[in-house]
Design a protein around this ligand. Structure first.
Ligand code: MTE
Ligand code: MO
Length: 528
């Protein structure tokens, strides 16, 4: 387009194509960013960086709502949401470029800067290199948009006005189609490169030989697993174990590269430990039930596994740490993961004799990546967000006064022992069991206090004792069953548990926020 020739008036088709051009510019930006991110750091890609920032800044109530409605798909929903919003913005930028080509291209750059700022301010970012994927991607997108709109509007000398429009559009479509193909290829290369990195970590996991425990967990007593169809298995298989975390990309750490740093208040000399250092220690195996503070009454975010690891308390003592009850200066352990999560745990509870673990094995295999490979923390009796740091790389001794871990400024309690809970697994809500004997069964948990009693109530009747499965340990959940002589009609079933200290689960309903849901679980069924 020469300066003397004013651009022609855009038609509806031009607008449509310009919006398409905007979308394509957005797509190319992301694909190029993905390729650069594969070289820099997968987490520095704009979708991941902005997604992470959105997660961190989402009000806790919305997050709760997302976990409730989308469950473990919450992150996929978030990423789709980001893509839809980006798509709309990109189309709008395309329309803007149709009126002012430079302004449109500049707008693409602005999004690049937003992505770059998000990437550099992620807690796990330690270098400005993380800005590159967004910036390079945005430059590619901006240039493309500028060129595309130019093609679209450029009159071709020597042709009729209609012919010129047609030629411009053909040229637009040619550039558009070829960049779309190139960008798709670039994106695929990026993913493949990212894949080889992950392959190293996966190979290190496959090659890992777990040490034998010096102190093995006794076999699960046969009576711990009741033979009732529909009850949660006593040991939750790894593939069924709930997953709750803020990680958009599951961290893939190479076992050989893993180090744990221990430092802070009362630790005279910073310690660095490798996985082999842990394997050479006294290894213990324990059954521990883990529960999430976001679990609603009756909800699914609880699981029980056999963990292999080392005692965290011993490591801390060797590093010089004393619990507050012995005059130690630190009352909080802040565990940090490779992706920047921080989890605050009371020193007192970690060192009071319970089996607080740095775990590397889960149900006979190395920890799955989803559950924290190569090492995570576990403290029986505390909700996951205050104890169970996955992909752990750093332990800092500090005080609750001095430091708020990730979830605390977001409205969750700094300290959160698990509340006594019980859940009816079967019959399912609104199911239609036949009149006669109906097995009402489920699980109850009060980690580290144990479960002493479970009672079931039918409608407004009296509380009836359920039969308990054999106790495995007081750190695990306990199965229960009540043989109900069911009569036809609509009935409600309610369960409550009493913990090992003799305290009965409260009827008082509490939201999950700030320190865990309470109340009794009920289901309504229609007996036929
Ligand atoms: N690094 C990291 N560790 C984490 C979290 C997280 O978001 N990031 N979430 C915690 C929460 S809230 C819970 S309930 C447990 C869940 O562990 P799981 O996914 O293995 O079941 O991990 C904890 N450890
Ligand atoms: Mo959690």
């Amino acid at each position: 387009m020469t300066l003397s020739e004013p651009p022609r008036e855009p038609t509806r088709t031009d607008r449509l194509l310009a919006a398409l051009g905007g979308l394509l510019a957005g797509y190319v930006s992301l694909a190029v960013a993905e390729l650069v991110a594969a070289a820099v750091r997968p987490e520095a890609s704009p979708v991941m960086a902005v997604g992470g920032a959105v997660i961190d800044h989402t009000p806790a109530g919305v997050k709760e709502w997302a976990i409730r409605n989308f469950g473990e798909n919450d992150k996929i929903v978030l990423q789709l949401g980001i893509l839809v919003v980006l798509g709309l913005l990109a189309a709008a930028v395309g329309l803007l470029a149709l009126r002012r080509r430079t302004v449109g291209a500049a707008a693409v750059l602005v999004f690049g800067v937003i992505g770059a700022v998000a990437a550099v301010s992620r807690p796990d970012s330690d270098s400005f290199v993380d800005a590159l994927p967004s910036l390079v991607g945005a430059v590619a997108g901006a240039v493309l948009l500028y060129v595309l709109i130019g093609r679209l509007l450029a009159p071709r000398p020597g042709s009729s006005p209609e012919g010129a429009v047609g030629a411009g559009r053909r040229s637009f479509l040619l550039v558009a189609a070829s960049t779309a193909v190139a960008a798709t290829a670039a994106g695929a290369v990026g993913r493949a490169l990212g894949g080889t990195r992950n392959a190293d970590a996966a190979a290190s996991r496959d090659a890992l030989r777990l040490p034998r425990p010096a102190s093995a967990a006794p076999a699960v007593p046969p009576g711990a697993q009741l033979r009732v169809p529909g009850i949660s298995p006593f040991v939750t298989p790894n593939k069924d174990f709930y997953r709750v975390d803020t990680a958009l990309v599951v961290p893939k750490i190479d076992a050989a590269d893993w180090r744990l740093r221990i430092s802070g208040l009362g630790v005279p000399e910073t310690r660095m430990l490798s996985l082999d250092d842990l394997f050479r220690r006294e290894v213990i195996e324990r059954d521990i039930t883990l529960a999430c503070v976001s679990n609603e009454v009756g909800g699914p975010y609880v699981g029980n596994a056999r963990w292999l690891g080392v005692r965290l308390a011993d490591l801390l003592r060797e590093a010089g740490v004393k619990p507050p009850s012995e005059g130690g200066p630190a009352d909080q352990i802040v565990a940090r993961s490779t992706d920047g999560m921080t989890i605050g745990t009371p020193v007192e509870q970690v060192m009071d004799g319970r089996d607080a673990l740095l775990a590397f094995g889960m149900n006979g295999t190395p920890l799955p990546f989803d559950h924290g490979f190569p090492v995570r923390m576990l403290v029986p009796g505390l909700y996951g967000y205050v104890s169970a740091c996955k992909w752990i790389v750093d332990i800092e001794l500090t005080t609750f006064d001095a430091y708020d871990a990730y979830w605390v400024p977001r409205g969750w309690a700094a300290e959160a022992p698990v509340k006594t809970q019980s859940r009816i697994d079967t019959p399912r809500p609104l199911s239609r069991p036949k009149a006669g004997t109906v097995m009402v069964a489920g699980v109850a948990w009060a980690q580290h206090r144990g479960i002493r009693r479970v009672e079931v109530r039918v409608d407004d009747g009296p509380w009836q004792d359920a039969e308990l499965g054999t106790e495995d340990s007081r750190d695990t959940w306990r199965q229960w069953v009540y043989r109900w002589q069911a009569v036809p009609g609509r009935h409600s079933l309610t369960v409550r548990a009493t913990d090992g200290t003799g305290r009965t689960q409260t009827e008082r309903r509490a939201e999950t926020m700030p320190d865990g849901a309470s109340g009794w679980h009920s289901v309504v069924v229609n007996v036929e």
